[in-house]
Design a protein around this ligand. Structure first.
Ligand code: PLP
Length: 369
């Protein structure tokens, strides 16, 4: 269905294009979700059980790793990955300045020192040069963020860390289904954390997340951490906490996972159209896909001067738009303790002043819609 349009007396065409529209996904999976929910409610198996195990197996297979542990959200997933690697007080973790705040929060929550680095100007992804310069003998992890739907240059970062024994934690929250030189996001490094927040490419009906790895010992530790350090009821091997994937969320995620590749293709088709439509618009910088990446367009982020005027114009015309993200990590009051003022990470700061998501991903026409 096309967005509804009307024309105001001054000739402005007004559309009704929401920034995020999850209704069409729900309509596509409604029957499957209703059947799955009814089964869980009948069984009263609200925590764990078959649905969680089946989703974990299916998602691990989709990503191409051996182990997936479902957890409560993507922020916990990052924290669990860091704790699973033994990162804690006195350690340094390298994170890009242009990311959602959760990447930085996870580092702070494990008690490690946050070392921010700038991003590259074309793709706004973690810069391997900056990582190389930031590494010290206290660095215990590097977290490249696969931002907006494409993979960070993990292989280049790996090359810069060669021989140092520093693990890489992928923040794969915005990139389910994307690939880097043919390998899926989440399978590129030692361990990955992802989020199934409702608006993600693979979104649940509430908070949910997962960690992924090929390492059986790390997977076991991360599972222990997510369930009070316990594998056997009331026996607690380590200090953990409660961060489990709800069974009802697993039902939704299973239904959506089966359709994710097709939905990602729709996003790619929409992104191609945006690129064509914006090609000749002066001053608009459209997003660049890195060589070797297959993008899944979690967000289509453009850069424009006089962004607030453009945003107001879009809003006046009923086109949902937003700024992801208005501030780089170091300029939030929460991270003022790091002591970085304006100018510390110029590329991330310039991007934060110019970025805009001008159009949401096109939704497909559905039967009866
Ligand atoms: C890049 C990135 N990392 C981490 C997270 C945290 O995920 P959650 O909101 O599920 O805790 C998000 C999602 O919001 C994200 O976009």
């Amino acid at each position: 269905m096309r967005p509804a349009r009307s024309t105001l007396s001054d000739g402005v065409t007004v559309s009704n294009v929401p920034l995020v529209d999850l209704g069409w996904q729900q309509r596509e999976i409604a029957d499957e979700v209703a059947t799955g929910f009814a089964r869980v409610l009948d069984d009263t198996s609200f925590i764990g059980g078959r649905d969680v195990a089946e989703f974990e197996t299916a998602f691990a297979e989709f990503v191409g790793v051996d182990h997936c542990v479902g957890v409560a959200n993507g922020t916990d997933a990052l924290e669990i990955a860091l704790r699973g690697l033994g990162v804690g007080i006195g350690d340094e973790v390298v994170v890009p300045a242009n990311t959602f705040v959760a990447t930085a929060e996870a580092v702070a929550r494990v008690g490690a020192s946050l070392v921010l680095v700038d991003v590259d100007d074309d793709r706004l992804l973690m810069s391997p040069d900056a990582v190389e310069k930031a590494v010290t003998d206290r660095t215990r992890a590097v977290i490249p963020v696969h931002l907006y739907g494409q993979c960070a240059p993990v292989d280049e970062i790996q090359a810069r860390l060669e021989g140092l024994g520093i693990p890489i934690v992928e923040d794969a929250a915005q990139s389910q289904g994307s690939t880097h030189h043919g390998k899926p996001a989440g399978s590129l490094a030692d361990v990955a954390a992802t989020s199934f927040y409702p608006g993600k490419n693979l979104g649940a009906y509430g908070d949910a997340g997962a960690v992924l790895t090929r390492d059986a010992d790390l997977a076991r530790t991360m599972r222990l951490l997510s369930q009070h350090g316990s594998e056997v009821r009331y026996e607690h091997e380590i200090v953990g906490f409660n961060s489990r994937l709800d069974t009802l969320q697993a039902v939704v995620l299973r239904a959506k996972l089966a359709r994710l590749s097709g939905w990602n293709q729709l996003r790619r088709d929409a992104a191609d159209r945006y690129a064509q439509l914006l090609a000749d618009v002066p001053d608009v910088r459209v997003p660049v896909t890195a060589d070797g990446n297959v993008h899944v367009w979690h967000l289509y982020v453009v850069r424009v001067p006089r962004r607030h005027e453009v945003l107001a114009g879009l809003q006046q015309r009923g086109v949902g738009a937003a700024i992801h993200y208005p501030h780089p990590v170091h300029l939030h009051p929460a991270f003022a303790y790091l002591g970085h003022g304006p100018g510390a990470f110029p590329v991330a700061e310039a991007a934060a002043d110019e970025i805009l998501i001008p159009l949401p991903a096109e939704r497909p026409a559905l039967d009866g819609d």
